[in-house]
Write a protein that binds this ligand. Structure first.
Ligand code: BG6
Ligand code: MG
Length: 214
């Protein structure tokens, strides 16, 4: 295939398995409120912002009508639980397969960015030893609309000075695959996004990216 100029990686659930910590933190909140929440419901939160995730969790119950200030307090509480879980992370949480693939792409001169809805992206990259590794980081701190809106990927392409059509996105969220397509980019699906079936490629093992990008 033709050589693409840039790759934009989602972070949570693609580079590192922080998706498990998101789930645990939301589950703790949901259990405390007595709201049903399981791993199937959790898949709807992939790629979605913190406040939108809370709205999804509360959507069918009495808490959906809480005032905005109380909802913000619940989201803050979840974030505190989540950040406490992140504290235990270290470079050992970056799998050898992901590290090796990223290093190979770097050696081949592939431009790489992060495109994540998370406001904790900087903290996570620091924890796993990838602070400063990517050519650009577009995250929840520089967008107003989260996936499936294309904003986070369009900003990443802008930071890289690469045209959207020259970027490929790697995503575990169906909302992220949709965001990539709305940005005019192709997308590689992994994890839960494979099940949804809208990726231009599907991979089961991270190093398979090398045969797509090189
Ligand atoms: C995305 C996750 O990367 O970031 C979502 O897939 C999460 O599940 C979103 O809700 C926002 O994360 P944070 O760290 O800003 O609460
Ligand atoms: Mg993800």
């Amino acid at each position: 295939m033709e050589i693409q100029k840039a790759v934009i990686f989602d972070l949570d659930g693609v580079i590192v398995h922080t998706d498990i910590y998101h789930y645990r933190a939301w589950k703790e909140l949901a259990d405390r409120l007595g709201v049903p929440f399981d791993e199937t419901a959790n898949n709807r939160l992939r790629g979605v912002s913190r406040m939108e995730s809370l709205e999804i969790i509360l959507e069918n119950g009495e808490f959906s009508r809480l005032p905005a200030t109380e909802k913000a307090a619940l989201a803050d509480r979840k974030n505190e639980t989540y950040k406490a879980l992140l504290q235990a992370m270290s470079p050992a949480d970056l799998s050898p397969e992901v590290r090796g693939t990223l290093e190979t792409l770097r050696k081949q001169g592939v431009r790489m960015a992060i495109g994540s809805s998370s406001r904790n992206a900087g903290l996570i990259l620091e924890k796993i030893g990838l602070e400063g590794f990517f050519d650009a980081v577009s995250d929840g701190n520089n967008i107003t609309n989260s996936k499936p809106d294309p904003e986070v990927f369009l900003k990443a392409a802008g930071f890289l000075c690469v045209r959207p059509q020259d970027c490929i996105v790697v995503e575990d969220a169906d909302a992220g695959i949709e965001a990539a397509h709305r940005a005019g980019m192709k997308a590689v699906a992994m994890g839960d996004a494979v099940r949804a079936g809208r990726g231009d490629w599907n991979i089961a093992f991270f190093p398979e990216l090398l045969s797509i990008f090189l």
